[in-house]
Design a protein around this ligand. Structure first.
Ligand SMILES: [Zn+2]
Length: 270
């Protein structure tokens, strides 16, 4: 599933090919993805100039004067910029044709992605209750400390709550907690301000590193046969239950937490 770094990598890959381009036409090969595609996408988007490609959490927004197309890649979605004459393949559901002679093509085999519309000056309901961006200045140890007081939920569950901070999925939560030496099972309200400072720094460092790694595959956005610009990340804890801890060599523990597999070191993480 695309996580925040993959979505940011997608945004950076698309921006030079999409921003300041005018939409010539929109072709919907089916009326819905996860949800019905609203009529504004085919009625209001053609003729508009895409002023910016923005990301909020794991959503991408194509901003125009008439409103913004709101995209989510879901479990399996990808976006590519292709020559307009490129024949569609299976699961190519949407083409947004640009005045550059290229199309922005949305492919999504499992159709958990979405294409919605946000009116000018409004915030779509899907974006309304989201916490701050993890790479913004609003997200730091003091913020986590203040928001966590009195909370008995495990700190990993707290960190993955989109109302607290967006885009910290299972992989990045596990890795940041390992790097900061904080047990994922510890009650969120029982983590000190100092340790939240370290945790926030690790979240930022790991996400920024993943985005930088993703950046090496940006050329794939112009390759019709290329895979999307996803990256492989070196992982210390995630997916390594039972293997030796990279720090102390003891076997990493594994448990289910909030229906997600959690891996941590009982010695290094307290
Ligand atoms: Zn260890």
């Amino acid at each position: 599933m695309p996580e925040l770094p993959e979505v940011e990598t997608t945004r950076r890959g698309l921006a030079p090919h999409v921003e300041k381009r005018r939409v010539k036409s929109v072709l919907l090969r089916r009326p819905d993805l996860r949800w019905p595609i609203p009529p504004e996408v085919s009625q209001d988007l053609p003729g508009q100039r895409i002023e910016a490609v923005r990301r909020r959490a794991k959503y991408l927004l194509l901003d125009t004067a008439a409103g913004s197309a709101l995209l989510h890649l879901g479990m399996s979605g990808s976006l590519r910029v292709l020559p307009a004459k490129t024949a569609p393949t299976a699961h190519d559901h949407v083409d947004i044709a640009l005045d550059s002679g290229r199309v922005l093509r949305f492919n999504d085999p499992r159709r958990f992605g979405c294409l919605l519309w946000q009116a000018p000056g409004e915030t779509h309901e899907l974006l309304r209750d989201l916490g701050p961006e993890p790479l913004s200045d609003a997200f730091d140890g003091d913020y986590l400390f203040e928001r966590s007081r009195g909370r008995s939920a495990p700190v990993k569950t707290f960190l993955m709550d989109q109302r607290i901070v967006v885009g910290v999925g299972n992989i990045y939560a596990a890795e940041a907690l390992f790097a900061a030496g904080v047990s994922p099972l510890r009650a969120a309200g029982r983590v000190s301000r100092e340790r939240y400072g370290l945790l926030a720094e690790e979240v930022k460092r790991i996400l920024a590193h993943a985005i930088a790694r993703g950046g090496t595959t940006l050329r794939d956005f112009l390759n019709p046969d290329g895979a999307p610009g996803y990256f492989e990340q070196e992982l210390s804890a995630y997916g390594r239950g039972g293997e030796p801890c990279p720090r102390c060599g003891r076997p990493l523990k594994e448990a289910s937490l909030g229906q997600r597999t959690t891996v941590w070191c009982g010695h290094c993480q307290r």
